[in-house]
Design a protein around this ligand. Structure first.
Ligand SMILES: [Zn+2]
Length: 411
């Protein structure tokens, strides 16, 4: 039976035209752009060993030889790029700019840091989405969240997952990233070469969003929020722990105040708790409209009630209350009487993390890939080059190089 990446490659190839299209061609020999890259970058492209992502050892502590930064690479290549042969365009199809990731051949930015003419958005978290751009392109299921968070005067262009569109001289296709509802990887194809920009992603199942799909590519740009070997999500069930904590609050007559990111994590909790109960949950007014975006996209959540602004005289005994982390302060939560506070986050997987941040409980629930999942994903893309951004990028770059993979920090 074909693996998921093979199936994805077949699907993509069937949807493209022309002899030079299709990710399977990425294994064709020998490639001019790789030879040019090896001249520009030095001898870092050793032959790749057969890799088993589940057997990767922790990072090799030995110092690495100095390698040109991307800025230096840009300087090296500037003169050649003015000639713009396809191989050189492919080599720097997406690059770092003052506005963030930029695809010049396509005329768009990906998750730009400030307003631009055309932005392809992986997802609507604040560090990936800024107001003021002229056009926002995002997945159909995620475009509502994007519109909720930016100016309504912008143009919004939804794309179905797997539906290619031509932008400039490149072909862009979005694939699910499994991070939050509508979160997308951006596949960019130019002259037979393929880049994939992952955005934030996770590999765990989540009833509130589409599951991650591995996509074969030549260059994979990956996030690295939790890219350290000690980040390995527990195999136990943090949502089951949240429900047990809530039940305990019902038995003992205290409120359970659960802090979680308003977009994504809160809805994941509300969707996942449906395995255990159909009870109503109180939610902070900031979370409420985001819940409605999810419901409009067909995601089933527990019934919710917006937390009233005036709470005097009301008992919250036994209630589960969802609120954004910024409200984790006594001046806000003391109104609920007897209570415990909890935080649902990947950061809570570290021993003592909850107490260190002033929470009674921590629930290790992450919407990012952990160390094994990052390595497994890189393996599944088949990429010959990996560019890493966000988080602990240097750690995973160092580790990938010990495996003979052409890896760099992209920022
Ligand atoms: Zn995110």
């Amino acid at each position: 039976m074909a693996s998921a990446p093979e199936l994805r490659a077949e699907k993509l190839e069937s949807g493209t035209s022309g002899a030079e299209s299709g990710p399977k061609e990425s294994t064709a020999e020998p490639r001019a752009h790789e030879r040019l890259a090896s001249i520009a970058l030095g001898a870092y492209s050793r032959a790749r060993p057969t890799r088993d992502p589940w057997r990767f050892a922790p990072s090799d502590p030995r110092p690495l030889p100095k390698r040109p930064t991307l800025t230096e690479e840009a300087t090296l290549e500037t003169m050649q790029e003015r000639q713009a042969p396809a191989a050189m365009v492919n080599e720097r199809l997406v690059r770092w700019s003052s506005n963030g990731l930029y695809c010049e051949a396509g005329g768009f930015y990906i998750d730009p840091r400030r307003a631009v003419d055309r932005a392809v958005i992986t997802h609507a978290h604040g560090d990936h989405l800024k107001r003021g751009s002229g056009e926002y392109i995002a997945s159909r299921s995620g475009i509502g969240l994007v519109a909720h968070r930016v100016s309504s005067r912008a143009r919004f262009r939804p794309l179905e997952f797997g539906e290619p569109v031509e932008l400039g001289s490149v072909r862009v296709t979005l694939f699910p990233a499994g991070h939050v509802l509508g979160s997308a990887q951006v596949r960019i194809e130019h002259a037979g070469k393929v880049w994939v920009i992952s955005g934030d992603y996770k590999r765990e199942s989540d009833p509130s969003c589409e599951p991650f799909e591995p996509v074969l590519c030549d260059t994979f740009v990956t996030e690295a929020t939790f890219a350290r070997a000690h980040f390995q999500w527990q195999t136990s069930d943090p949502v089951g722990e949240i429900f047990a904590w809530w039940e305990d609050g019902q038995r003992t007559g205290r409120a359970s105040i659960l802090y979680s990111y308003a977009l994504g994590k809160a809805q994941r909790v509300l969707a996942s708790l449906r395995r255990f109960t159909d009870r109503r949950v109180l939610v902070h007014p900031y979370i409420d409209p985001i819940n409605e975006c999810y419901r409009a996209a067909g995601i089933e959540l527990l019934p919710t009630e917006t937390l009233p602004r005036m709470t005097a005289g009301r008992s919250f005994a036994g209630e589960l209350i969802l609120a954004p982390p910024r409200y984790h302060r006594e001046s806000w939560y003391r109104r609920f009487g007897r209570r415990e506070t909890g935080f649902a986050s990947g950061w809570m997987t570290r021993p003592g993390a909850a107490r260190a941040r002033g929470f009674d409980r921590g629930f290790g629930l992450s919407d990012h890939a952990d160390w094994p999942a990052l390595l497994r994903t890189i393996e599944e893309t088949g990429a010959t080059r990996v560019l890493v951004m966000h988080g602990h990028a240097a750690d995973i770059v160092s580790h990938l190089r010990t495996l003979g993979i052409d890896a760099s920090v992209l920022e």
